[in-house]
Write a protein that binds this ligand. Structure first.
Ligand code: SAM
Ligand code: SF4
Length: 474
C-alpha cells in the first residue's frame, strides 16, 4: 500500500492520526518480512528516522533471531547517539486536585478515597531542599488539572524551584507534566524558564480515549489534547514531551501513533519531540478496571526498541513505574532518562520511610530504590549517571538540539558533562561505595578519550570540582 501522510487542519484543529491508515498498516504487517526488516535495520544504523510503514514492518517481528537483531540495533543506536550516559531526574508532585475523571488515575475526581493536597509555598521549598540534599538537579513538576493550577501558579512553582538553593544544591532544570494549556498559558510558563512541557495523549485511539475520559470533562476533548504540542510550539516552547499510557489500547496502534505525532511535529515545525514517555498502567487508588490491552514485558521491550529505531534523536524516558528488573533489561534498548528515588505523595520527599499510601498518590511505583542505590546500580552496569542540563542552559534546545545531535556531539558535550555532574554528585552527596565506584568509572572513561586537548580540559574541570567549584559545563 502507498504510504500517505495525512496531516489535515480544520476548525477543530490539526488531525495527524489517520486511524484507517494505521489500522491497515497493522493488518498488512502481521507476518514478519526478514528481508525488509533487515533493510530497515540498515536504514536505522544510518540514523535515519523511520516512517510509519517501516515502523509497522518492525512491529511484525516475532522470530527470536530477528528480535535479537532488533534489540542489537537498538543497543547500537543508543550507544552511538547517547553514549553511555543516563540522565536522572525526580518527579515533584505539587498538587492532586483534579476536575477530570480519567478512570485509570488515583487523582480522578470520583476517587473518593484520595486525600487531596496542594503544596504551600513553604512546603514546596521544603520538598526542594530535600531533593537537593539527595543530589537532584533536574525535576519534573506534576499537577492534576484544576482551576488552582493556572499557568501563573505553575510558573511561580518553577521560579521557586530555581531560586531555592541549599549548600551546593540547586535545581538547574524544571520540566512540567500538567494539563495542556492554551497558547498564552504556554507563553507564561515558558517565561519562567521551563525545560520540557510534557503532555501524554494516553491513547491516540479515539473510541478508547472516549471510554476512559468522560466526554464532558476538559480532558474528554481529544483534539484539545492532541494539539497540545502544536499550541506549545506556537507559545514559544520548542522542547516538547509526548507519551502514551500503555495498557489502554493495542500497543501497536499507539506506538505507530507516537511515530505519527513525532513526524507531524518534525514536518510542521521543524522540531521533533524532545522526549517520548511510555508509562505502563499501574494499580491506583480505587482502580478496578478491566484492562484487556495490558502490555506484556516481552512486547514492552519490543516497543521500546522499535521506538529507539524509529525516532533516533528523541530522548526516551522510562519511569519508576517499572520494576528494577524491567529497567535492568530495557535500559540498554535506548532509554536515555530515568527518574530515581521517586516519591509520588504530595510532600513525600519530606516523609520518613517510603511505604506508599495509595490514597495520597497517583499510582503504585515499581522501583522504590533511593537515588544513591540507582546511581551505584548504573555505575555497576557502566552507564554514566548524568545530571547534565547544559544544552538547555546554553541554548542548545529544539531545532538547535536537533542540529547538534550529530556524531561528535556526544564526545564533545554529553559524556564530559555527564562526568562533571557525576563528580559533583560524588563529592557532595554519594555514599562511600558509590563515590569509589563513580570515580573508578570516570577514570575508565577518561582513558578512552583520544583527543588530548579535550581530555586535559575535562581533567582540569574534574580537579576544580574536587576543590569545591560547581556547575562547570561544556
Ligand atoms: N493531570 C495532567 C494530565 O492529565 O495531563 C498531568 C498528568 S498526570 C498527573 C501524569 C500522567 O500519569 C498521566 O498523563 C498518565 O499518563 C499517567 N498515569 C495516570 N494514571 C496512571 C496509572 N494508574 N498508572 C500509570 N500511569 C498513570
Ligand atoms: Fe541533553 Fe544537554 Fe545532555 Fe545534550 S548535554 S544530552 S542536550 S542534557
Amino acid at each position: 500500500m502507498k504510504y500517505n501522510y495525512i496531516d489535515s487542519s480544520n476548525e477543530n484543529g490539526i488531525n495527524f492520526i489517520d486511524e484507517p491508515l494505521i489500522n491497515s498498516l497493522i493488518n498488512e504487517n502481521i507476518e514478519e518480512d526478514p528481508i525488509l526488516c533487515r533493510e530497515i535495520f540498515a536504514k536505522s544504523r544510518q540514523k535515519q528516522p523511520l516512517n510509519l510503514q517501516d515502523t509497522a514492518a518492525l512491529i511484525s517481528i516475532k522470530s527470536p533471531e530477528l528480535l535479537n537483531e532488533l534489540f542489537e540495533t537498538a543497543r547500537e543506536l543508543k550507544r552511538d547517539i547517547y553514549g553511555k550516559r543516563i540522565v536522572l531526574f525526580a518527579p515533584l508532585y505539587v498538587g492532586n486536585y483534579c476536575v477530570n475523571d480519567c478512570t485509570y488515575c488515583g487523582f480522578r475526581r470520583s476517587a473518593r478515597g484520595t486525600i487531596r493536597k496542594t503544596l504551600t509555598k513553604e512546603e514546596l521549598v521544603e520538598e526542594i531542599y530535600h531533593l537537593e540534599d539527595l543530589g537532584h538537579k533536574r525535576l519534573i513538576l506534576v499537577f492534576g488539572e484544576s482551576p488552582k493550577y493556572t499557568p501563573e501558579f505553575i510558573a511561580e512553582c518553577v521560579r521557586i524551584c530555581y531560586s531555592t538553593k541549599k549548600g551546593n544544591g540547586e535545581i538547574r532544570r524544571v520540566n512540567i507534566n500538567a494539563a495542556p494549556l492554551d497558547i498564552e498559558g504556554y507563553k507564561t510558563v515558558k517565561a519562567a524558564g521551563i525545560g520540557t512541557f510534557q503532555v501524554f495523549q494516553e491513547t491516540y485511539h479515539r473510541a478508547t480515549y472516549a471510554k476512559y475520559h468522560p466526554a464532558n470533562d476538559i480532558k474528554g476533548n481529544y483534539m484539545w489534547r492532541l494539539n497540545a504540542m502544536d499550541r506549545a510550539f506556537k507559545g514559544g516552547i520548542d522542547d516538547m514531551g509526548i507519551g502514551v499510557l500503555f495498557g489502554l489500547y493495542d500497543w501497536r496502534f499507539d506506538l505507530l501513533s507516537l511515530v505519527a505525532h513525532s513526524l507531524h511535529l518534525q514536518n510542521r515545525y521543524g522540531v521533533g519531540p524532545h522526549t517520548i514517555s511510555f508509562p505502563r498502567i499501574q494499580p491506583a487508588q480505587d482502580m478496578t478496571l478491566p484492562l484487556p490491552y495490558r502490555v506484556s514485558d516481552e512486547n514492552f521491550k519490543k516497543l521500546v526498541a522499535i521506538l529507539r529505531l524509529a525516532v533516533p534523536y528523541t530522548g526516551l524516558i522510562m519511569t519508576a513505574r517499572e520494576s528494577k528488573e524491567i529497567r535492568d533489561e530495557v535500559m540498554e534498548f535506548g532509554v536515555s532518562q530515568i527518574d530515581a528515588g521517586t516519591r509520588l505523595e504530595i510532600g513525600g520527599y519530606q516523609k520518613e520511610g517510603k511505604e506508599q499510601e495509595l490514597n495520597k498518590e497517583q499510582f503504585k511505583v515499581g522501583d522504590t530504590r533511593d537515588l544513591d542505590d540507582v546511581i551505584r546500580w548504573l555505575l555497576e552496569r557502566e552507564f554514566i549517571p548524568s545530571f547534565c542540563t547544559s544544552c538547555y542552559r546554553v541554548g542548545r534546545t529544539g531545532e538547535h538540539f536537533m542540529e547538534y545531535a550529530i556524531p561528535g556531539f556526544i564526545k564533545k558535550f554529553c559524556t564530559p558533562n555527564a562526568m562533571l555532574t557525576l563528580a559533583e554528585y560524588l563529592e557532595d552527596y554519594a555514599s562511600d561505595a558509590t563515590k569509589a565506584a563513580g570515580y573508578a568509572l570516570i577514570e575508565k572513561n577518561l582513558e578512552t578519550i583520544t583527543d588530548i586537548e579535550q581530555k586535559q580540559k575535562i581533567v582540569a574541570k574534574l580537579e576544580a570540582i574536587k576543590t569545591g567549584k560547581r556547575d562547570l559545563l561544556f
